[in-house]
Design a protein around this ligand. Structure first.
Ligand code: FMN
Length: 455
């Protein structure tokens, strides 16, 4: 069988994910494998028609396709997203139709499912036979049990192709909300006082729906907020995954991204992301923004800010999770996500007005809503990873985490540890255990009741 590998790491062959694919290849040498480093060569693929068409010809004549990629900022790297955009722009979707496919990623399991749900949706849109995904922890290949598991997955893939097994589709075709947005002048203007507001977008068309949503948002204020277009900033490319920033937050690129990020984004109190979805996802330009923000590594540099989001297009659950997830990880308050998925112009005008009002009101009161699983989980994953095996890579994170008390493992809370050990010991005695579990409800709520009485 002829298998095409569309590899998504900007590191090309020197990538962790690539070793997983090579392992499958080594253990299944009877198949033919054709590797395309699409992320590493994205700039050439954008310009060179023949190069791109060569890949499409390989897809056309293949029996199966492997999407292999690292998870970068909860999705695929910006360069890979750009390749997926090119499939649409160059009208090459037909080549993928009915092809059997799987996705393989490596990551530290931080929002790996969002990346895979997105790729699953892309495959469904391309009318492929999507036979599943394999989300490996980056070091899984070092473990014999995991290597066996990977080969079982590969076996399932080859078997799916050979026996033409049925693959179910999880994503319905997208439905665009088509109502024409009529922008109304606000009946009251929001006084932004001394709060700095910035709207970041990649939209170049003021007459588009997202263009009008931005206009409605900015007109809600007595003083129009700053609107910055990502296309106007000198950003040389997506994150290269070199991790040079891990030591002291210095990025290998010499372009304007860092000064833009520090002087416009971090310096604002209220930040609004505004984008139109390109099918299932925001543009690769936006992904470039999220990936390049990685020079701050795993610290919440936007802590305490209000984050509002304007979106035109059908928002998938994984995109909602991503937006809420990055907001909570960054310790911002996700003021609201306003989309044009509502019924009509009146509702959308009111939604945008409310976003403007809440942003300022929450910024003034300093309100940050409590974190859900998405934020709490993120913090614990990074705490463990940075303290553990990634400490020497992400030394800037380590310094920050130590200084700001992020290392809140139980092993530093000696009093609590002593108490827990004591309780474990005495509850081994049946009579005490009975007494303890009989009083557990009271023990749990009593301290909170005291707080209610006291404050
Ligand atoms: C810029 C950047 C962003 C990353 N974002 C994530 C992430 O969101 N979730 C995650 O689990 N791992 C993340 N990682 C870790 C990589 O997914 C992991 O190291 C992967 O094995 C790299 O594979 P590669 O060598 O094939 O590029 C990120 C790494 C980099 C460099």
């Amino acid at each position: 069988m002829k298998i095409v590998i569309l590899h998504g790491s900007p590191k090309g062959e020197k990538s962790v994910t690539m070793q997983y694919v090579k392992f499958i290849q080594k253990k299944n040498p009877h198949h033919e494998y054709i590797l395309h480093n699409v992320s590493k060569r994205i700039k050439q693929l954008e310009k060179n028609e023949d190069l791109f068409n060569g890949i499409i010809e390989d897809i056309n004549s293949s029996d199966g396709i492997i999407w292999s990629f690292p998870v970068y900022t909860c999705f695929v790297p910006a360069q890979y997203l750009r390749f997926i955009e090119l499939i649409g722009e160059k009208k090459s979707a037909k080549a993928f139709k009915n092809k059997y496919t799987v996705a393989i990623s490596t990551s530290i399991h931080f929002y790996d499912y969002t990346a895979h749900r997105y790729i699953n949706a892309v495959c469904d849109d391309l009318d492929m036979n999507y036979a599943g995904f394999y989300s490996a922890e980056m070091d899984d290949l070092l473990n014999a049990k995991e290597r066996k598991n990977l080969l079982k997955f590969a076996g399932h893939f080859f078997n799916s192709i050979k026996n033409k097994i049925h693959c179910l589709k999880k994503n319905q075709p997208l439905e665009q909300n088509k109502f024409n947005f009529l922008v109304e002048d606000p009946t009251r203007k929001v006084d932004s006082k001394n709060k700095k507001i910035v709207v970041i977008t990649d939209n170049d068309d003021s007459g588009s729906k997202i263009g009008k949503m931005i206009q409605r948002f900015t007109s809600s204020f007595n003083k129009s907020p700053n609107v910055i277009n990502l296309n106007d900033i000198d950003i040389k490319g997506g994150c290269l995954g070199c991790m040079e920033c891990g030591y002291d937050n210095q990025c290998a690129y010499k372009d304007d991204f860092i000064s833009f990020y520090n002087s416009k984004v971090i310096a604002s109190d209220i930040i609004i992301f505004a984008f139109e979805l390109n099918g299932r996802m925001f543009s690769s330009k936006w992904k470039e923004y999220f990936d390049r923000r990685f020079f701050y590594n795993h610290v919440p540099e936007m802590k305490g800010k209000q984050l509002g989001i304007l979106i035109s297009g059908e928002v998938s659950t994984y995109l909602y999770d991503f937006l809420q997830g990055i907001s909570e990880f960054q310790q911002t308050n996700l003021t609201e996500i306003v989309t044009d998925g509502c019924s009509d112009s009146e509702v959308l005008n009111n939604d945008i007005q409310q976003l403007a009002e809440n942003s300022v009101s929450f910024a003034n009161s300093g309100y940050i809503k409590p974190h859900t699983f998405l934020g709490v989980g993120s913090k614990k994953i990074f705490r463990d990873e940075v303290f553990g095996k990634l400490r020497f890579v992400f030394q800037a994170d380590h310094r920050f985490y130590r200084k700001h008390g992020f290392y809140d493992f139980p092993h530093t809370q000696y009093k609590k540890r002593l108490f827990i050990s004591f309780m474990m010991l005495i509850t081994a005695i049946p009579a005490i255990r009975k007494l303890f579990y009989g009083k557990i409800k009271t023990l749990l709520y009593a301290p909170h009741e005291k707080s209610v009485d006291k404050y």
